[in-house]
Ligand binder design. Sequence first.
Ligand code: SF4
Length: 351
Amino acid sequence: MAPTFTKKPIQLSERSIIIWRVAQTAVWLIGATILICLLFFPLTGIVLFWDILIPVAPALLVISPGLWRNVCPLATTNLMPRRLGLSKRKKLTAKQSGIFSLVAVAALYIIVPLRHAVFNTNGPATAMLIIAMAVIGVSLGFFYEWKSAWCSGLCPIHPVEKLYGGNVFLTMPNAQCDKCMHCVTPCPDSTANVSPDSSKKTSWNRISALLITGGLPGFIWGWFHVPDDASITSIGSFFGVYELPVAGLVITLVIYILLANIIQSKFEHRLTGLFAAAAVSCYYWYRIPALFGFGAWGRDGLLVDLSKIISAWAITGITVALTIFFFYRLFIAEKNRKSWLIRPVKVSAKG
Ligand code: SF4
């Protein structure tokens, strides 16, 4: 099915541009502050990054991924070469774009288990990870047009954006791309009800869509059954952090493949929504208790210990309510034909 787009392209007014630049600068400064904390005040930095920013992210991706993509500090940094006129503005081929999408999924599945062995307890290592991503993103920004190489390509969060952002609440103007240069097709920002399999152009795209949609629920389940262990010394125990996440990934991937072969193709988007809802619900099912002192692994992922103040039933109530919300929104509710962002005015590729 050809991609559909919401609303006519719009050009931001001068006033709107100023407001968005202020917002981007403010969020960029918050990001820089977190980075400095991770380097020099690791305990504070870890709480700010892993226990506040990251737990908010999945819900934000369900509600308004466009808001995040408009102000993401890494995006603001990585798009700097383009904004300053220093980019060669090349276009990725369909094959390159597909390879990037698969590398992004692989990076997500490789990096996230390392949180247990390194990043959850090591602020400077987390800072280095963020800096490395910024260096890669900025470097790509010198060569490739707008968001094609990083924000809609190699960023390991992007596959999750496409999985969770299939029925968003809020659409807003695109505050990063000044004008649309058709840098990526279909544009994930401008395509209504985008999903991991919106692009089936190459086998790279199809494999990456399969891995993120089918694998993520089980991967998340497995990840939450591994404790943080900063004292890992042997290679064997280091790779042990991958065992349960990969086992979970394989199990739900097989279930997904079986279901995808059974159901009619017109229900494919429902299946994607079902697995998206399962993944984000599983995340909060374990993450919220851990944040408030009811986690299975003691102080792992603890933000504030409320275990002596509120009942465990209150936490269960919140997680059940969130699960109902995610399943309704992503699986049951009709697709609302909204995109994350409204496409800016298009110009010719040479414009
Ligand atoms: S809106 Fe246009 S320029 Fe911006 S990311 Fe999408 S396709 Fe690229």
